[in-house]
Ligand binder design. Structure first.
Ligand SMILES: [Zn+2]
Ligand SMILES: [Zn+2]
Length: 235
């Protein structure tokens, strides 16, 4: 009897130990899952914060560079026939056309085509005519002297007999001998991810566009003077 009780006690003890072990493992697993979830949440939050700070950097408002602030695109849809082939072409123009729709085919050069114009809100600003931006000065290697600061020219000097090659070094005027040029850059962030290009589908009414992946791009300030006129985004 005592032996039986002893055996039962041992079995109960073993069962308790196994269950305890299982429960510890389960807790550990739960903790690992929690830690993983927390880590994922932290990463998402960090990414959101990075985006928020990146957005705040764009502290100026400029005219939307894609529509020059007009808020609209004038799209030219053109269908071209070359024999049996049809070519669809859509592009945007800034000048308003004389007539919005030119019906009927135009013939010439062995081709015929039909043109339609359509006014649409600018894909990049949704018609608001603005974009956000920040301006930055960057030092870039001088392209004139390849960053050397000097320009090297070689000339041949005629001697009594033969000639001699002379190397002349002159200071690069473009970078004033520094090898670097400071350039102004406008970092632009449009209100929307824009749509560009496009094509007519076989059904004329069904106009489709391709998505441009980015709502951000840079513009050299020197090439577009009017971007220097901007106003603050945050009061
Ligand atoms: Zn626009
Ligand atoms: Zn230079």
């Amino acid at each position: 009897m005592k032996i039986l009780i002893g055996i039962i006690a041992v079995i109960i003890f073993i069962v308790i130990v196994i269950n305890l072990k299982k429960s510890i493992e389960k807790n550990k697993r739960g903790e690992a899952e929690r830690a993983q979830k927390e880590e994922e949440d932290r990463k998402i939050k960090a990414e959101e914060e990075k985006k928020r700070l990146e957005d705040l950097k764009h502290d100026r408002i400029i005219n939307c560079p894609k529509c020059n602030g007009n808020g609209e695109f004038i799209l030219v849809h053109q269908i071209q026939w070359m024999g049996d082939d049809r070519v669809y072409n859509t592009r945007s123009i800034h000048d308003k056309p004389d007539a919005w729709e030119l019906d009927g085919k135009t013939e010439g050069d062995g081709k015929s085509w039909q043109t339609k114009y359509k006014r649409e809100d600018c894909f990049f600003c949704g018609g608001k005519g603005i974009a956000y931006a920040y301006f930055e000065k960057q030092n870039r290697k001088c392209t004139q002297c390849n960053g050397e600061g000097v320009l090297i020219s070689k000339t041949k000097i005629k001697k009594d007999i033969g000639n001699e090659e002379q190397t002349k070094k002159t200071k690069c005027e473009k970078c004033n001998g520094t090898g670097n040029n400071e350039i102004g850059i406008v970092h632009v962030k449009t209100l929307k991810k824009g749509l560009i290009g496009g094509y007519y589908s076989d059904d004329d009414e069904d106009i489709k566009y391709q998505l441009e992946n980015s709502d951000k791009f840079d513009i050299l300030l020197s090439e577009n003077e009017f971007y220097s006129s901007s106003k603050p985004r945050f009061k």
